[in-house]
Design a protein. Structure first.
Length: 262
């Protein structure tokens, strides 16, 4: 990775990238879906830069945002590390495996399936109005919860490394389903896994020598700022606010995936 810009940029392009990164960090820290904002923004601002470089820049910036969210949620006592550390560690390794696989298998095959899953996620959340609103007793035993949590980390880690769109959304839904937590705690716990998948992807891109450290780091600062404010907003507004934003971001992601497929 380079510490200088290998391509020419205007001040306005930099301002746009930093604004997009801040917004992505803010949204992602609350309800997931920051990639829906940041990656298209990066591609729009730098249309002549190789895609692999843009993906690396995006992951570098996102890594700082998700690590900040994880730290802030943990500092406020909203992350259950006892149940999440195994999921996060599993995701760290399977994300690298997913990225390795993506170089050899076309991930376009996943797009129709992701559209179906996102549509189900949106409809289910809209119809089941009490889902994730309040904490409730899990339907699974502690052993089953541990197994399902580990499986969630393994699958979502691989998925984020291989393809990625909707990772945060799927994590939040999975955590509510497994542990019976509300949207606030699910969003907090999800950051442990998401931070590890971004860290793993960053390491992989660094080893491949792609991306740009200067742009990734400076965008990361704005992503961190957005994440810091987003966590404060999530804690202040609570699960009801997160649920609404979660539905909005899931719908936006669903529409984007349909457009991309067509």
């Amino acid at each position: 990775m380079s510490f200088t810009l290998p391509f020419s940029m205007t001040v306005w392009q930099l301002i746009a990238l930093y604004g997009v990164s801040f917004a992505a960090g803010f949204i992602d820290s609350i309800a997931g879906g920051g990639g829906l904002i940041q990656l298209p923004g990066v591609m729009a601002c730098l249309p002549n830069v190789p895609v692999v470089t843009l993906l690396a820049i995006n992951k570098t910036s996102s890594m700082f945002g998700t690590l900040t969210s994880m730290f802030e949620y943990s500092r406020k006592g909203l992350i259950d590390w006892k149940r999440m550390w195994k999921s996060a560690l599993a995701a760290l390794f399977t994300s690298a495996l997913g990225a390795f696989t993506a170089k050899r298998v076309p991930n376009e095959l996943l797009k129709p399936l992701i559209i179906v899953l996102l549509a189900f996620l949106v409809v289910f959340t809209l119809l089941k109005k009490d889902f994730g609103k309040e904490e409730h007793k899990s339907r699974f035993t502690l052993q089953q919860q541990a197994l399902l949590g580990l499986l969630l980390g393994l699958v979502m880690g691989f998925y984020d490394g291989f393809f990625g769109p909707g990772t945060g959304n799927f994590l939040i839904m999975g955590l509510i389903f497994i542990y019976g937590v509300n949207f606030l705690h699910a969003s907090a716990d999800a950051k442990t896994v998401n931070a590890m998948t971004n860290l793993s992807a960053f390491a992989m891109y660094t080893l491949m020598g792609v991306g740009n450290i200067f742009l990734g780091l400076t965008m990361g600062l704005f992503n961190m700022a957005g994440a810091h404010i987003g966590v404060r907003m999530a804690v202040l507004k609570g699960s009801k606010f997160i649920r609404v934003l979660f539905i909005v971001m899931s719908c936006g992601l669903l529409i984007k995936q349909i457009i991309d497929l067509l």
